[in-house]
Design a binder for this molecule. Structure first.
Ligand code: CU
Length: 67
């Protein structure tokens, strides 16, 4: 299990925070997500055998934000 903090740009409110949280949570292999709206970052616990930061960032981009 790996913990990684990813920079997320473009979040402006609680709705954005929830959207990013949901997008990252939906990535297979992710076990825990904590999105910090104020600092524009997401701390993610994931199984490195199942996913990687590129896949997590891709999910954030797909949700409409910059990672
Ligand atoms: Cu928003």
């Amino acid at each position: 299990m790996t913990t990684e903090t990813i920079k997320v740009e473009g979040m402006s409110c609680g709705h954005c925070q929830m959207a990013v949280n949901k997008a990252i949570s939906g990535v297979d292999g992710v076990s825990k997500v904590d999105v910090d709206l104020k600092d524009g970052k997401a701390t993610v616990d994931y199984d490195e055998g199942k996913t990687n930061t590129d896949a997590i960032k891709a999910a954030v981009v797909e949700a409409g934000y910059k990672a």
